[in-house]
Design a protein around this ligand. Sequence first.
Ligand code: NDP
Length: 328
Amino acid sequence: MEYRYLGRSGLMVSCLSLGGWVTYGGQVGPEVAQSCMKTAFDNGINFFDTAEVYSGGQCEIDMGVAIRKFGWKRSDIVISTKLFWGGKGPNDRGLSRKHIIEGTDACLKRLQLDYVDLLYAHRPDPDTPMEEIVRAFNYVIEKGKAFYWGTSEWSAQQITEAHAVAERLHLIAPLMEQPQYNMFHRDRVEKEYLPLYKIYGMGTTIWSPLASGLLSGKYNEGVPPDSRLAIEENAVMKRLRDSLESEDGQAKIRKVVAMGEIAQQLGCTPAQLALAWCLKNPNVSSVITGASRPSQIEENVKCLKVVPLLTDDLMESIEAILTNRPAL
Ligand code: NDP
C-alpha cells in the first residue's frame, strides 16, 4: 500500500480507502461489512469513511462494531464521518453550531469512538453564516472530538470563504475536500480546485471512483441482480439505473467497453484501470472505494500495480476515449 499526506498536513492516509455508502448498514449485513473492512485493513488500507446519513446511522454502527471487534490500535486507523443530514427535525440537518456539535456527539456514539480523525461538512449550507460553521468545527476539534475538518462538494469559492474566516479569526481552517472524481466526472478536481491545492495545501479524498461500479464494466450488458443499481428501494440507484438507458448513459457504456480493451492490453481489469487513473492525479490524497464483498477489495487494491503502467502515451489513449478533458 502507498500512504500519502492528506494535503498540507502531517497525517498519512492510505491512497486507497474504504467507504460505506449504500453498502454497510444497508445493502449488506454486519458480517459482510466486517469481512470487507478486515480484507481492506489486511491489505494496508488504514482509512475508513462513513457519514451520519448513511443508512440512517446504521453504517456508522456497523463500522463501529467492526473496529471494536478487530481491536485495531486506534493509531493504526483513520476514521472519517460527515455531517449534514442527521434526521428529520429542523435542527438535525445543515451546519448550524447546534447540529455540528450535537451531530458529532451522535456520530461518535454510533461509532463507539472517542474521536474521529476527519470530520466533513457533507454539503455547503448557504443558510448558516460561514463564521458560525468555522467556529463550530474549530470548537469540535478543540474539544478533541475530531482532529481535522473538511468539506464535501463545496465550491472553490465557498472553501476560500471558509479559509478567509478562519484566517481572520485565527481558527482552524478546512484541510480536505471530498469531491466526486472519476473518468466521467472531472472538472472540479482537475480545474476548479487547482488554486486551492497550491494556496491552502488542500487534500482530497475522492468518492465514486468507479462511478458506482459503471467503470468496472459490470453494467455493459445490463444490470446484474446482485449489483448496487439493482436495489429497488434506493432512489439514487434508480436514477442511475434509468440513466443507463439514456443516450448519455449508452455513450458512457461505449466508453467503458473501449476502456476494457485498454485494460486487457495492460493485463488488468477495467476497475483496476479506473482506480489507477484516479491515483495518477497527484492532487488526490486518497481514493475512497466501495465494496459489497471482499473479493472486490482484493481485486481493487491490485490497481496500485497499474499506476506505473499509465505512461503519457497511454493517458493520451484514455483521453481519446473519454473526450472530456477539462479546458484549463
Ligand atoms: P465506487 O464508485 O467505487 O462504487 C463502489 C461499488 O462498485 C461497490 O459497492 C460495488 O457495488 C461495485 N464494485 C466495486 N469494486 C468492483 C469491482 N472490482 N468489480 C465490480 N464491481 C465493483 O464507490 P462508491 O460510490 O461506493 O463511493 C465510495 C465511497 O465514497 C462511499 O462508500 C462513501 O464513503 C464515499 N461517498 C461520498 C459521497 C459524498 O457526498 N461525500 C457520495 C458518495 C460516496 P455492487 O457490488 O453493489 O455492484
